[in-house]
Structures are given as C-alpha cells and as structure tokens.
Ligand binder design. Structure first.
Ligand code: KG4
Ligand code: ZN
Length: 364
C-alpha cells in the first residue's frame, strides 16, 4: 500500500472531468441481475496500455490493448516520459473498448483491479490514477495487483494446473524462477542479477541495426533475432555460458551482451562495415546469441527443478513448469525447455502468445 500511495502521489493527474465524461458515455442498466462477479483489469506497467473484463469463472467478456512497440522501436528503447504520455493518450479509449466489447457498464462491475507494481513508475501511475478515479466515482472495491503474480497465475485461465508448480518468467523487463504454492504464495528461487533476456536481445538487435533489415524492420528485437537466427549457424563463435559454477538459480545476461558486442566490432572490422549497417554475419550472430541464451535459461531452470524435487517441493513425476513472458514466444527457447522437461519427467505449459505478453486479462 505504501508503494501504491507513493506512486499515486507522484502522478495523480487524470482529470475528474475526463473520468466523469467517460462514465457518462455508458448506458447504465440498474435493473439487470448478475450471477457472476465481474472484474475490470487495467495494466500500464510498461509499454502496453491494456484492459479486460473477466468474470469470476474466467470468461473473458471483453479486451482491448494498445501497444507502444512501434514508437519505442523508432526511439531505440523505452523512454519513460514518452511511455507515460502514450498511456495517458490511450487509457480512456482502451478501457472504454474493453467495457464496450464486454457489454458490461461500469456500474455493473464488482471491482477494479490494476497493476500497482513492479514496473516503470511513470507508466504505472497512469493506470493507477485512472483506476482510482473510477473507483472513487463508482464506489467499487479496488484490487492492487502484483504484475509478476498475475503473469505467473495466467496459465490457470487456460489449463487446469494444480499448486504447486514452477514458473519461469522471461521478458523484456522480467527474469525469474519461482515456485507457485498458492494464489499469493510464491517462493522466489532465482532472478536475473542484471538485465532481463528480452532487454539483452533488444540491445543486440539494436547494435545489429535489425530495424534496417528488410525482413525484420517492424519486429521487436527478440523476434527479429529469432527470425534471423533461422538462417544462421549458432556454432560459428565459441562462447562460454554464464554462471556455470554458481550454485543457485539466478541468471545473468550482460556478460553475453558484452561478448556479442565485441564479436560485432570484430566482424565490422573484418567485413569493412560501418556501425549502423547490416553485417553479412548478422544471422550467425543472431543464432549464436539465441542459442547461448537458450542454454543459460535451460541450465538455471534445470537447477530449479532438481532443487524442488530434492526437497519434495514439487512432485517427482509430472511436475508442471509454466513459461511465460515475451521471450517465451521464442520457439527455439521453448524447444530447448521442452527437451529439459522431457528429460526430467515434467510437463511444460505456455500460455498462448497473447497471454504470455502483458495484457489486461491477467490483471482481471
Ligand atoms: O512480455 P513482454 O511483451 O513485455 C515485457 O517486457 O514485460 O516482452 C517483450 C520482450 C521484448 O524484449 C521482446 O524483444 C521479447 O519480449 N520478445 C522475444 C520474442 N518476441 C518478443 N524474444 C525472443 N524471441 C521472440 N520471438
Ligand atoms: Zn510483464
């Protein structure tokens, strides 16, 4: 609650008039009887403005999302004030679209759930400010949501998964391994000591100038790396995996980023290519970074599976590993994790891509 108030105090700027106008635009149905509780979920922790209306049985009644990816691709990364401004410009429309699609009026909602942490303070503040105004005007309960817990629990919307299960969250902003023992009972087993894998892949893609590549100009960094890696050889460069001796389940990706930086500099010299232009060895470099990332993620996850099984924290057979986050949509990394789960008699589950990345449904 402390963080909630702090964040709200810094960026509480949505005007009351705006929210009032927004509410006026709906037709209320005061006589309608509802058998299910209905929650509006709002997500603005990073660069997606998202909202969804979900009932208590998990039915998604309406959803809307605005992605800022194309803007951030042009500026070469997320600039927090830019992300904040884009959230401000889109939040009302997105919430309105989600509610309209659900045919639920604001008065019929049982509660409003909003991401309050972790994330970019400026981005979080927009969703929070908008939600608190709605909560105030509608006199509805407010549910603060932990973004990572929402990611971890999303799988229960699509699959019947019993507690406990292991979750691996890998995206542009997250990298963690946790044992999920209950709805709000998490045991953190490992996290990145520096940057997240998606952040590293985005940086490598930028260094390779992949937005100038005709095949991947509109793709996120990670997706561009996956696309190009299909045409490359992952074994052209000899790279030692990170943290081979670390007896924990933590991750590290900056070392790999620096090694790849050096390789790119060396290749630019060899090929006589200036920084900012596409190397002929770009596909090999993409394949190498993808392969090394997959190996590192698999090794740290293997340690977590062994740790949990040795301590009877997970069942010996058919323990579930859930993998989510933007990087989880990478089929090479998924395949590597599938080899691990087959070898350790575990079951690998991934939410569908639209639920892997940030969305309003997971918050609702
Ligand atoms: O979960 P997400 O949409 O947002 C957060 O970071 O929370 O993940 C976005 C990240 C970006 O870093 C993007 O480059 C990466 O996921 N990503 C991928 C792929 N698609 C997106 N990384 C590897 N392979 C992909 N196919
Ligand atoms: Zn996320």
């Amino acid at each position: 609650m402390l963080i909630l108030n702090k964040t709200a105090g810094v960026v509480f700027k949505t005007s009351k008039r705006k929210v009032h106008e927004f509410l006026q635009s709906f037709n209320f149905h005061p006589g309608t009887q509802f058998f299910h509780k209905i929650v509006l979920g709002i997500e603005t922790s990073c660069d997606d403005t998202a909202a969804a209306v979900v009932d208590e049985t998990g039915n998604v009644l309406g959803e809307a999302i605005h992605s800022q990816t194309q803007v951030h691709l042009k500026t070469g990364g997320i600039i927090p004030p830019v992300a904040q401004q884009l959230h401000r410009e889109n939040i009302q429309r997105i919430v309105q679209e989600a509610l309209s699609a659900s045919r639920v009026s604001p008065g019929e909602l049982s509660a409003i759930a909003t991401t309050t942490k972790p994330g970019l303070a400026l981005s979080l503040g927009v969703g929070l400010s908008f939600s608190l105004q709605l909560v105030d005007q509608l006199k509805k309960p407010f549910i603060p949501i932990h973004h990572m817990e929402a990611h971890a629990l999303t799988i229960r919307l699509t699959n019947k998964v019993e507690f406990p299960f292991l979750v691996l969250l890998i995206s542009g902003g997250h990298c963690l391994l946790a044992l999920v023992q209950g709805v709000s009972d998490f045991l953190l087993l490992g996290k990145s000591l520096d940057i997240a894998p998606g952040d590293m892949l985005d940086k490598v893609a930028r260094r390779l100038s992949l937005t100038k590549h005709p095949e991947c100009s509109t793709m996120s960094g990670g997706k561009a790396i996956e696309h190009l890696a299909k045409q490359g050889n992952p074994f052209n460069f000899d790279i030692k995996p990170a943290m081979q001796r670390a007896k924990n389940c933590d991750f590290s990706f900056t070392g790999l980023q620096h090694i790849i930086d050096k390789i790119i500099m060396q290749k630019e010299k060899e090929e006589g290519v200036e920084k900012g232009h596409i190397l002929s060895s770009a596909a090999d470099i993409a394949a190498t970074v993808q392969h090394t990332t997959a190996c590192h993620i698999v090794k740290r996850t293997h340690r977590a599976i062994l740790f949990c099984k040795q301590r009877d924290l997970l069942p010996q057979r058919n323990a579930v590993l859930v993998v989510s986050g933007g990087v989880a949509s990478n089929l090479y990394i998924r395949r590597a994790l599938e080899i691990l789960t087959n070898a350790t008699k575990c079951t690998l589950l991934c939410p569908p891509p639209r639920l892997c990345t940030d969305n309003g449904i997971m918050i609702a």
